[in-house]
Design a protein around this ligand. Sequence first.
Ligand code: AHR
Length: 863
Amino acid sequence: MNKYILLSIVFIFKGLVAFCNEPDSAYVFAYSTNKNNNTAGLHYAWSVDKENWHTIGPEWRFLASDFGTWGAQKKMIQPFLFEDETGLKHCIWTLNNEVGQFAHAASDDLFNWKRQSYPEVTEEGNVLDLEVSYDKASKQYLITWLSEKQEQKKWFKTTTVDFKNYDETQEITKNERLNLRSTIVLDDEEQSGSIVKVSWKRIDGIIKWHEWSLFHNQERADNTSLDAERFKDLQSVKAAISVQPEKRKKISDKLVGIFFEDINYAADGGLYAELVQNRGFEYALSDRKNRDSTWNSYKSWSIEGSDATFSIDTTEPVHVNNKHFAVLKVDKTGSGLANEGFDGIPVKIGEKYDFSVFAKSLGDNNGRLLVQLIDENKKVIAESKTGTISGKWKKYETVLEANAASEKAKIVVIPQVTGEVALDMISLFPQNTFKGHKNGLRADLAQTIADIHPKFVRFPGGCVAHGDGLANMYRWSRTVGPLEARVPQRNIWNYHQSVGLGYFEYFQFCEDINAEPIPVLAAGVPCQNSATCGHGQQGGIPLCDMDEYIQEVLDLIEWANGDATTKWGKVRAKAGHSEPFHLKYIGIGNEDLITDIFEERFTMIFKAVQEKHPEITVIGTVGPFYMGTDYEEGWELATKLEVPMVDEHYYQPPGWFIHNQDFYDRYDRSKSKVYLGEYAAHLPGRPNNIETALSEALYMTSLERNGDVVEMTSYAPLLAKEGNTQWTPDLIYFNNNEVKPTVGYHVQKLFGQNAGETYIPGTIQLSDNSEDLKKRVAMSVVQDAESKDIIIKLVNLLPAEVEAGIDLTKLNIADSDAVLSVLSGTPDDKTAIPQSRKLQVSDNLKYQLPAYSFSVIRLKTNN
Ligand code: AHR
């Protein structure tokens, strides 16, 4: 028996056994340390006599602060624990040394904590040394703290009955402070904290919780590097497989879709086919939080030749939303303004490119613009001229045809007269876009996505949807209409969004690939990790502005579905789509912190949409993890409001996916449906390889099995441009010239192309019945309504082949020729691609699942 199994058994055993002679009550000491820049969270020690203390963990994190941005913030300083007369425990803590706010959270059991709040109690400085007591007579909690401002110390107090509303802060003397903290030596170190007397049951509960957490983390850490030892005696494995078509059930017909977020240059420089970078001269230092002095209106632009200069102006722009433009001054003709594209401009021989520019001549010298594509060796590989530039802003267009290819060309705009010319929205698109649309998408990337056969597309994020602070929320209406009138903005992933790929283009793409559009809108709150909401607090649209925001949400539905005579339907029609887009779903919120601020705003939006558009399915949000406060609180809120569907997110190691295949088996079918909107298997180093892909495949068989409660799923993130990634792993990598689907992509594609709307239960009986084996061999069988094909998916995450005998008698096979697709490789293989061939099938099919493989058998039946 290996160490791993032994430890697991010990934890489970200890968790189940109750010991005699335990005290009725004992003491919990709650504290935090300043380790990891004060982000280590709340720790406990227990004692029966207040003398001998036992740390748990030691220093296990039972509660973490959620205030502020990732990294330096999320601190918990000097927590104070307190039990009220109902037995509810409250923890308050200092957030940092600056803000006049503190944090509060409550818990029944000391390990499941409810939502956090961050009341603002003083403008007089910070909030340190917090303490709380309860006055039975007035039924009020009294909170005291120390404030330091310019080395001046002052003490304050406030009172509250519910930790939601606080009475006015009053200054007190030092002697009036509560002064309830204790100092205890733990593991030779002095710790300051608070002591609470609780029932032994509570302490036993936290000890067991800690043990379960260790066990759970061990499961999560499980990976194939343990296989050599774990399966060293494994010889041949046999599997007797049968199916039960009589127990078939309907499942979702939208199970596999895609999550599109403008992260990793997925939009500009990626799926959006525009080849000119910073075409509108709108890049700004703030896009990169002022950390990159080259990131400004000049980014990607330079002068080609020696007889010209250019500057940026904002007087009388093409449009108020697009304030910056270039003024090019030419002293001698021949020099021009050049753009290097996104890591160069890829040009294909024989292809045509649409050039456009807004221009106005600033002097009397009106002439044409020569537009050239020049390769790495300065050779002109395409050129054309615009018409004569007049003295008023006007759009000029011309087409360039490449006589040679280049992986890294430049575009140069060369005025044919001397003098000054104003230029803006300088754009170059290949004519070969996906489905040939103007302002369209990169054909090869879009096709790679389409090949998954996604049933829906979620956009524009992710964190991009709720944004970095209120001003950065993605506002759909600012992304439609003429390109020069759209409102470009900072991307939360620290670059620029031209929003040339805006809502119209997203909806058009969905229509092109026959996928449901799933726009996700902010729930009136920005990302909880925002840097711009008062020291990172979640913040929220002021309630007085919520009506306007809600109207914007309702307008989206009219824009998408209203006929061309409606206010917003007219805008859509003007953009070239007179028919409605038939929007059915709308996501409200993205893995937000579930706070009172969130709940209030989400509820307002949800109720308004429900009332005005009962035909629209609203998708709520339940936080960024598969458990914990936001998950629990999010689900509670969704259940209370009867939200039709919720969006779950979890990025976890392969071990989690292996050991949680029953995650949805236990879901209550009467509650909200699930959209698993973001998930991926993450290994250390974050590769996308056979190990991650097969653990996802294994889990996806359980998603199909639970397709009656899980309506939709999407791997995240989708796209990543090499050299420009903020997040790995992703599903599809690319550069300007190549698309590089990952192993995980092939799993999504196999599931997407082999989806079914009916699930046929089955059983797998292994020759060796150990849990380790059982958890690594999985199957799901579905039937596609249109072709009537039956699809058998088999995953083998073992280092050995599995000899399967599959009893297909009940399926009534119509054709002995089936199609088999197999993806397999060693766990660290990042390049495997599925191989397909014909497979002869019969009622008793013998099929050998290769080691570390995913097989899909597609067969014809008479049913
Ligand atoms: O998929 C990348 C990010 O992960 C998303 O933007 C966010 O929703 C999640 O945290």
